[in-house]
Write a protein that binds this ligand. Structure first.
Ligand SMILES: Cc1cc2nc3c(=O)[nH]c(=O)nc-3n(C[C@H](O)[C@H](O)[C@H](O)COP(=O)(O)OP(=O)(O)OC[C@H]3O[C@@H](n4cnc5c(N)ncnc54)[C@H](O)[C@@H]3O)c2cc1C
Length: 516
């Protein structure tokens, strides 16, 4: 193993695996990718219906928030992938990009080059859409996106119930987001999860210019004169140092990237002083702007036996709005053929869930270090439901799901509403929502891209105030897209790799001009 590489990528997750693989396409470059977790060789990862079995194992960071003041005063569990592929190896495999307006809004806030028309080519670049290339989909990218072959009966009746209530349907959320329909999945044609490790890293396993090190926990960046020159990490109990000739790309995810910046002395100076980290660069936005979507389970006991789902457990959903005047969806209820009880709630096993989802949160939270030890999980406070607008929206999502349970389409399936429960007052329903609300797993924003004083990276994803360092993952999203965040994180990886390659070309050109 060398001790100097052209580029060092930290984190082999949804975005990091893409950045490393795309850079390694240039055989002149030597790339290192450091991943804290072990390999992804596990049946629970490969089989699309087994993903919740990975929770609380060695491949899950298993974070917990602080007790949520506005959400039942309980701590909420946050699974995150800790393996090759990162969270794309433990996620629900729904392939969705969100609304066009999400990205146009990023550009409106100063993130030039990130409007939907500009990012669409990057979504398409990564994609091998089962139905082939068209205006909205890519046909020959590394990442399989397939249709659900044998949907569970609950998924089908839920969509019919939505139609009965007057909602439209859609057969492709990435072309027309509004309405109810079956999801596209990041699953191969052979029915195996298509994580970014599967799609992007595996084809490079024999590439001599891409070195992948697993179980390598990055402690901090090595910074000299405000330039990132390398990385310090721990592997097999040994502390190692590795250096870069070009750049370090931080792709450790919404928690990991902000944590590593702070451990390296880049963050809010007062907060860093409190935990004994020497301040290298005061950047107050690091760890702030934490945003997440929320779910709340509406659970029905079933009249007839539910067959176990064959696909990804999350086959169908609806994108809708909490108020008629809304221009983009803010609700995304998911239909599951199993009971998804929140911690502390229980009920019959032969049951199904319409999981009310709220996807345009107004509440913003933060995370910060509790010590200067890289092995200590940071303190995470998403401040769920701290803004009343979020509770109002989630309430509308719950009511939509409850109405769906009462439709004719569901008559042969729905025996009884278990949660929030029949004949509950609005106050009781709100109380249930606060207690049962859980993450939709879409945390973003702690290293926000932007042009304001709280921004951490510029629109080229370069960290303000430090040379040779970019962040590329879900943490840079200024606002969480209104949909699931895996495809957007992969898009960030694709665009980052292209920008890095462009910078290198420019540098080489300048160097050649100097020589002449
Ligand atoms: C349970 C679950 C279900 C989800 N379901 C869906 C879904 O169905 N569809 C969808 O679109 N999205 C889903 N998501 C969200 C989506 O997977 C994430 O938003 C996306 O994977 C984030 O990508 P990322 O690159 O930012 O981070 P990650 O993919 O989490 O990658 C970060 C990587 O960095 C590594 N790392 C962190 N710290 C260090 C360190 N100090 N040293 C070395 N390595 C480090 C991590 O181990 C990890 O591999 C789900 C997420 C979860 C957890």
């Amino acid at each position: 193993m060398k001790n100097t590489y052209d580029y060092i990528v930290i984190g082999a997750g949804s975005a990091g695996a893409v950045v490393a693989a795309r850079l390694a396409e240039d055989k002149e470059l030597n790339i290192l990718i450091l991943e804290a977790g072990p390999s992804d060789l596990a049946d629970e990862i490969q089989s699309p219906s087994k993903w919740p079995l990975i929770w609380n194992t060695k491949r899950d960071w298993a974070y917990h928030t602080v007790p949520q003041e506005y959400a039942g005063n309980v701590s909420k569990y946050w699974p995150r992938g800790k393996t090759l592929g990162g969270s794309s190896a433990i996620n629900g495999m729904i392939y969705i990009r969100g609304a066009k307006e999400d990205y146009d809004n990023w550009a409106y806030k100063g993130c030039y080059g990130w409007d939907y028309d500009s990012v669409l080519p990057y979504f398409k670049k990564s994609e091998a859409y089962e139905l082939g290339e068209n205006e909205m989909h890519g046909g020959d990218g590394p990442m399989a996106v397939t249709k659900i072959k044998e949907p569970n009966p609950i998924s089908i009746v839920a969509i019919k119930g939505c139609q009965e209530l007057g909602y439209p349907t859609t057969d492709d959320f990435n072309t027309n987001i509004w309405g109810a329909g079956l999801n596209d999945l990041s699953v191969t044609k052979d029915g195996i999860r298509c994580s970014t490790a599967e799609a992007f890293l595996k084809p490079h396993l024999r590439s001599e210019n891409l070195t992948i090190i697993t179980e390598a926990l990055v402690h901090r960046l090595i910074i000299e004169n405000k330039r990132c020159v390398g990385v310090e990490y721990e592997c097999n109990g040994e502390i190692m140092k590795v250096y870069t000739t070009q750049e370090v790309i931080l792709s450790a995810g919404t928690i990991g990237s902000a944590q590593i910046l702070m451990l390296s002395g880049i963050g809010d100076q007062e907060e860093l002083n409190e935990v004994g980290v020497e301040v290298i660069h005061h950047l107050p936005g690091v760890g702030k702007n934490l945003q997440d979507h929320l779910l709340c389970s509406v659970i029905f006991e079933a009249k007839q036996e539910i067959v176990p789902p064959k696909a990804n457990l999350l086959e169908a959903q609806i994108f809708w709005k909490s108020r008629p005047e809304m221009k983009v969806p803010d609700l995304q209820p998911l239909f599951m053929a199993l009971p998804y009880y929140a911690p502390g709630f229980e009920g019959p096993e032969n049951a199904f869930t319409f999981c009310a989802g709220m996807i345009r949160p107004v509440s913003k939270g933060f995370m910060k270090l509790v010590s200067n030890n890289p092995k200590d999980n940071p303190m995470i406070d998403p401040r769920y439901l701290s803004e009343k607008a979020d509770l109002d929206a989630l309430y509308e999502a719950v009511e939509l799901c409850r109405k769906l349970g009462q439709t004719e389409a569901l008559k042969d399936w729905m025996k009884e509403e278990i949660y929030p429960g029949q004949d509950k007052s609005k106050e009781e329903v709100l109380d249930y929502i606060r207690k049962a609300a859980s993450t939709y797993h879409h945390m973003t924003g702690t290293c926000k891209m932007g042009v304001d004083k709280d921004a951490v990276v510029d629109p080229e994803l370069k960290v303000y105030g430090i040379d040779g360092l970019r962040v590329a993952d879900a943490s840079i999203m200024p606002d969480v897209p209104s949909g699931n965040t895996n495809a957007p994180a992969i898009m960030v990886g694709e665009k980052a790799a292209d920008m890095i390659k462009e910078s290198l070309k420019l540098k080489t050109k300048e160097y050649c001009m100097e020589l002449n």
